[in-house]
Design a protein around this ligand. Structure first.
Ligand code: SF4
Length: 81
């Protein structure tokens, strides 16, 4: 069962590149926005909210990416057990 959700609010991403520099396994730049690898649209808007569910691992670097995001538009949430 997934334990964590990483959310990317792409609609407000300013494309600074910090997330991709810190955690290139999960984040890459696509044009003037970043993209969370393997994420799915949470709503119908391609520039809206994208998310990926994680079982474990790599959350420290993703948390660092979230903490470094100047907007911020990266959110890491723990799912209920
Ligand atoms: S750090 Fe935030 S604003 Fe910068 S590219 Fe990543 S998600 Fe977008």
């Amino acid at each position: 069962m997934p334990k964590w959700v990483i959310e990317h609010h792409k609609d407000i991403c300013i494309g600074c590149g910090a997330c991709a520099a810190i955690e290139p396994k999960h984040w890459k730049m696509e044009g003037d926005k970043s993209h969370l690898n393997g994420s799915q649209k949470k709503d119908g808007n391609p520039d809206g909210v994208w998310e990926i569910k994680e079982v474990e691992g790599d959350l420290e670097l993703n948390q660092e990416a979230a903490d470094s995001c100047p907007v911020p538009c990266i959110f890491i949430k723990k799912l209920k057990d």
